[in-house]
Design a binder for this molecule. Sequence first.
Ligand code: GLU
Length: 351
Amino acid sequence: MSTAPLVRFAPSPTGFLHIGNARPALLNALFAHRQGGRFLLRLDDTDRERSTEEFASAVSEDLGWLGIEPDLFFRQSDRSALYDAAAERLKDQGRLYPCYETQEELERRRKRQLGRGLPPIYDRAALALSEAERAALEAEGRRPHWRFRLDHRIVAWNDLVRGESHVDSASLSDPVLVRADGSYLYTLPSVVDDAEVGVSHVIRGEDHVTNTGVQVQLFEALGASIPAFGHHNLLTTADGEGLSKRLGHLSLRSLREAGYEPAAVRSLAVLTGSAEAVRPIASLDELAGLVDLAHLSRAPARFDPAELDGMNARLVHEMPFSDVRDRLAALGIPAGDAEAFWLAVRANLGR
Ligand code: GLU
């Protein structure tokens, strides 16, 4: 068996990738590059209403523009048999249990708990239902959603970015893994896939730290080996605002259409919030050598989109003729004059 790392980038195709998504994509790809590992592109498209083909094909195209060519590819919508088998296994173990509360009922309970100064976590009322009570609820036409019964304990791991980390499962609600319509939320399919293909390192944003506490228990319940985890700081705008897929002007496609070089976007997306000075790095190889997960900062990675202009200009000013030969030919510049032309104009170009 090979011990080379296998990493993955797992976006939901519910919008265009933006510069904030480029960060985990690149951190994974550069990690694999540096360690002679492989990179899996997985489309987390279990939300059928919000996932589209247009966004799905844009993901591959935008990664290609960044210089990332996945070694493996699949989409979750093709793999539901695996998730069904895992869910059955968890039901057999009594770890996945049916719940019948409506959103309104849960909301009322949450308010009551908060009113009493208690943490608003699910009280496991459904675990106490008898066979007859469940049958009565089903006879009313209610369909269950399914929760994973957490072991109340501390889940600890040595994070590739954050060092010793832990989540206290007792402070969490048992997560819903399967909706009433039988569709899966992200949590279970992600673990099933990571286990099935043998993902060795899960590198993702720190917004997933709590999920890791849950997912480690799922790996264990499914008898799978647990990957290493690294949770990187998130890219935010200069005023600390998170990026969302709705920030259209920072989508990779609009940056490409605006004429930015992929190397400028790459450098900004990974060097911001790292131990390295933010500067344009032309080659992927060199960038891979600079990025060390253990040296990422714990603070949010704030960036100013205006920095892209400076980065891009610096790259273009030093860009060798060989990098632009084809582009100049496409502009109709005669081959004999092209190199002299390029060396004369590049210092005046921004993009
Ligand atoms: N689809 C998930 C997301 O985009 C993937 C998270 C993960 O890397 O596990 O947030």
